[in-house]
Design a protein around this ligand. Sequence first.
Ligand code: ATP
Ligand code: MN
Ligand code: MN
Length: 372
Amino acid sequence: KLQTEEVEVFSTPSYACQRRTTLDNHNAVLTDALSLLAENAELSGEDGRGVAFRRAAAALKALPLPVTRLTQLGGVPCLGGHSLRVIKDVLESGASPEVEALRRSERFKALKVLTGIFGVGVKTAGRWIGEGILTLRQLRDSGPTLNRAQRAGLRHYDDLNRPVGRAEAAAVAAVVEAAAGSVLPGARVTLIGGFRRGKQTGHDVDFLITHPEEGREAGLMPKLVSWLDSQGFLLYQKTNSNSYLEAAEGPARPASNMDRFERCFSVFKLPEEAGRGGAGAGGEGGPRPWRAVRVDLVVSPVSQFAFALLGWTGSKLFERELRRWAGHEMNMCLSSHALYDHRQSRYLRASSEEEIFAHLGLEYIPPSERNA
Ligand code: ATP
Ligand code: MN
Ligand code: MN
């Protein structure tokens, strides 16, 4: 009788918002390969394919053990033919030829470098590549017209592509709290995005700001920004004003996915404390006195705070899946402002994330388990 090795067959629910995805990924080699294909699809303007690869990667991130054989994946959702082929290659030979070729491809490398400039999107990068601009040097030399964001992005390229650590996030938080406390006493500042999910590094630092008295937060962003600017903390900022009106949205046009809070995309000039400088801060003159850090600020009225908190904590795929679940399974419409129930033709209120999950008929998933 043949000794058969026991292999676990995995099974996991189909929406990422039904799963607990911690940062402890047991299948990083597989998910890195699929994420690279997702990134390439997104950089090529093929968003549908991008989402498909993101979903496949997310399904594997939720598994409790490393996958060793294809036959273990029978109960794992979101794995299309293309993803399965890549997984098979990696399991059999340690790498996928398609992914390795992509990694080396000039076009992919150029897209990564150019979209790595703050303010440069897929379309702009694609156009530049069409004009023969593949590197930062070529960009600087050939000098196409850059907007204000792109000029800041190019000037601070190295800093903005160096991951932000938790200590730096805490230093930014202290500055934002001082600013908010000074221009609106009682304002509350909450760290959101990847750091709220427990990540050790991020590409930026995200904050949600509110005030416990509804209405007091109105017009806060310009004051906050001018305080930060006057104290010399801003290298760049662009503020969008709040354009969300529930009455205007109404049942006819329920809360769309685009969110319209008062928002500021910025680049902070963060003083480097002695001893924290570390990698990249070296050079002839010793540690530099400051570094550039991307910071996103969002202001929400307290009545929408729970929705904003849920909508800005991420991950991006987790958010997308929550909205898909709401629409397809509950006949509801979820945004970072509100939850609208089409069956009852009314908005469902919530003052905590737990209540929103309950409205959606989902088990509560804490931020540290939303790393899909
Ligand atoms: P990282 O550590 O790389 O910054 P992150 O998860 O914090 O990862 P962000 O790009 O900072 O990623 O986004 C944080 C959250 O904010 C995500 O959940 C995303 O859905 C939300 N978000 C980002 N940009 C927008 C936007 N323009 N409109 C609405 N929500 C957004
Ligand atoms: Mn972030
Ligand atoms: Mn952000």
